[in-house]
Design a protein around this ligand. Structure first.
Ligand code: EPU
Length: 422
């Protein structure tokens, strides 16, 4: 298994380009199943999660090519059976449910298992499919759904922790081909949901209200091929914002949509960061030591849960006491014990991390447990004294395109050790 060796203490400076969004690309690739015509998707990041999704599309019968960030999918014929071996690798594979229900009127998909970031139920996805007229049952670890036809209706998609991103995506995709109009109340407003809606509209779907809590979809008889470019990855960009700040550096990020990051950028400015946006370019630095923060993750436009781990790392070396609560995934704190091994002072109270900033962290061998936790450990390694060895790097490769190359381009001392070599 590859590992990353980070030797801390380098101030990051320079410019990098942010990749296309993983969490936009995955449902958008799934949406290509909605039509037998060719879809061309640009700006697709080269990530293992993307490769898994392409494997799933291929398994389902689509012809797929991927070259230079562009994916071409032609799903002339598809079948509705997504087996465990493929689905278990990535929870986001659940987003083929909506397109397959629309296209085939049925789906058999292995039920996604547990997840290291906590409980990941799919009750809202199921509730949405049932509201559209599907019969859903569980058998042998599989989720089976069938509908002779999908019928538009009003669906409330709020759960105990707020709206659901992929649940909204699934219902929106299924509803594009339903009879009549569907209204999704308490829909997710995330930019990635909006991006998917824009892509579906290019395919001929009739959708309004995307980007708000109420999405309306008027079903159409057929969808056609399209060409679409996925939005830049706001979480990757946010992670490099933290990389700049944690090393007291000065970084420029190209290919960013600052409006997708307002909450994070405002909070960083409140802590003392100087952040300037010029069109799609972001300049990040600070002229004084950052101050501590209190933050709660929320659905968009709130602070994203996908930035929680990175902020815990940043606050570990920021003076004062910070309090960070994850309301979306209350158990998503696997990075905390590892950060503590590097000298961070963090106490947990339920879904809240209470962080007492320390002057220094010290490098240590640490274990990545999930994508964002791994990013937090790399960030901590950038500023720690000595060398940090981040094991199980495959987690980070699921969501950060060429992270070692990009950090090196900013001046970090980071090296990837391939499995079998030391
Ligand atoms: N939830 C339910 N029932 C459901 C679905 C979700 O109660 O049927 C709850 C979840 O347990 C959670 C909350 O609703 O408490 C929000 O979960 P959501 O469904 O929005 O998560 P998701 O759609 O499965 C996407 C991203 C995640 C990101 C979350 C929240 C993709 C592929 N994944 O997951 O990204 O954390 O939204 O913004 O888009 C990541 O990139 O590291 C990542 C985990």
């Amino acid at each position: 298994m590859d590992k990353l060796i980070v030797r801390g203490g380098k101030r990051l400076t320079g410019s990098i380009r942010i990749s296309g969004s993983k969490n936009s690309a995955l449902p958008i690739l799934a949406a290509t199943l909605l039509t037998p015509e060719t879809c061309v998707i640009h700006g697709v990041p080269d990530l293992s999660d993307v490769r898994y999704m392409l494997d799933i599309l291929t398994h389902l019968g689509a012809e797929v090519t991927y070259e230079g960030g562009t994916v071409t999918v032609r799903a002339e014929k598809v079948h509705a059976d997504a087996p465990y071996d493929l689905v278990r690798r990535m929870r986001a594979s659940i987003c083929v449910m909506g397109p397959l229900m629309a296209r085939c009127g049925e789906i058999k998909i292995s039920q996604p298992g547990g997840c290291v970031i906590g409980d990941r139920p799919i009750d809202l996805h199921i509730r949405g499919m049932e509201a559209l007229g599907a019969q859903v049952e569980m058998a042998g670890g599989n989720l089976l759904a069938r509908a002779d036809k999908l019928t538009g209706t009003e669906i409330f998609l709020g759960g105990k922790n707020g709206s659901t991103v992929l649940g909204t995506d699934n219902v929106m995709m299924a509803a594009t081909r339903a009879d009549g109009a569907t209204v999704i109340e308490s829909a997710a407003c995330e930019p990635e949901v909006r991006d998917l809606a824009e892509m579906l509209i290019k395919m001929g779907a009739k959708i309004t209200g995307h980007g708000t809590r109420r999405i309306e979809v008027e079903g159409v008889a057929a969808l056609h091929g399209c060409e679409h470019t996925v939005i830049p990855d706001r979480i990757e960009a946010g992670t490099y914002v933290v990389a700049g700040l944690i090393t007291e550096g000065q970084v420029t990020l190209e290919n960013v949509v600052p409006e997708h990051m307002t909450n994070l950028l405002d909070r960083m400015k409140a802590c003392g960061a100087i952040i300037k946006a010029h069109g799609t370019t972001l300049e990040v630095g600070a002229i004084r030591k950052l101050t501590s923060m209190e933050a709660v993750t929320e659905t968009f436009p709130g602070l994203p849960t996908d930035m929680q781990a990175q902020l815990v790392a940043l606050m570990s070396v920021t003076g004062g006491i910070s309090v960070i609560t994850d309301k979306i995934f209350p158990a998503r704190f696997m990075h905390v014990p590892e950060l503590k091994r590097m000298g961070a002072k963090i106490a947990m109270e339920g879904p809240t991390a209470i962080i007492t900033g320390v002057p220094n962290l010290s490098g240590a061998p640490v274990m990545a447990s999930d994508l964002r936790a791994s990013a937090a450990l790399v960030l901590a390694g950038l500023v720690a004294h000595g060398s940090t060895e981040v094991n199980r790097v495959y987690h980070i490769d699921r969501g950060y395109e060429h992270i070692d190359d990009k950090l090196r381009a900013l001046g970090a001392d980071i090296e990837r050790v391939k499995s079998g070599k030391e």
